[in-house]
Design a binder for this molecule. Structure first.
Ligand SMILES: Cc1ncc(CN)c(N)n1
Length: 223
């Protein structure tokens, strides 16, 4: 049996993915030691990120070639806009952050870079690259949520809801569906198409890492 292309690119990006798992921000979610200002920074930036991620999925609906894929992209969009963003809104309410603050806080350099890359890929690249660019977001968070959920739970961890959301088997199913679509498109693409898909997957993986690191460092524009 030939190896799934998703496993090939996951292996190529392994150092980046493992750096995410060992990043102090990610570890801090599990140990409850993540400083609240870092989480609040992440929350607001991630809200801005998810708005554009939903736009990317909308472009995916428009560009998909069959109804089954369109329907699944619509389901993914619903999960982002309802389930994920509801988690963000509920954390924001606990911290006294309003919905308008969530929607209007300026993007950090990492958020700007990641969302620009996603929207550019969705509009200018082929459909395989669009799916490759969105995959680390779904698959990476599912893997991180599951690894954190396997650790002994810390009593009263303020990030327990975060871990529960991303460790949810339904989230994992959506991530696996994305992997399956990625594999199908890779098998239909030529060698150069697969190379471009691998490149998009690696770029999004790097941007995922940067997103954690920016929140950990409370990164702002240098000028
Ligand atoms: C940056 C980022 N990447 C992925 C996810 C999970 N959808 C997220 N909420 N934010």
């Amino acid at each position: 049996m030939t190896e799934r292309f998703s496993q090939v690119v996951r292996q190529q990006a392994d150092a980046i993915w493992e750096s995410q798992h060992s990043h102090p921000f990610v570890r801090g979610l599990g140990t409850a030691e993540l400083p609240l200002p870092c989480f609040q920074y992440w929350l607001v930036q991630d809200y801005r990120f998810l708005i554009d991620y939903a736009r990317l999925l909308g472009l995916g609906i428009a560009r998909a070639s069959d109804l089954a894929t369109m329907t699944q992209f619509a389901e993914l969009t619903r999960t982002i806009l309802s389930v994920e963003m509801t988690l963000h809104r509920s954390y924001a309410a606990q911290f006294g952050i309003s919905t308008s603050q969530l929607e209007s806080t300026p993007k950090s350099p990492a958020t700007q870079a990641y969302t620009d890359f996603l929207i550019r890929t969705a509009t200018c690249a082929d459909f395989g690259e669009l799916v490759a660019a969105l995959l680390p977001c779904m698959w990476g968070f599912s893997e991180i949520g599951q690894r954190l959920a396997q650790q002994p739970a810390v009593p009263n961890n303020p990030y327990a809801d975060w871990i529960r959301t991303y460790a949810d088997p339904e989230f994992a199913q959506l991530a696996q569906w994305c992997c399956g679509l990625f594999d199908r498109l890779a098998s239909e693409a030529g060698e150069s198409g697969r190379l471009r898909m691998a490149e998009a997957f690696l770029t999004s993986s790097r941007l995922e890492w940067w997103f954690w690191d920016a929140a950990w460092k409370l990164e702002t524009w240098p000028i």
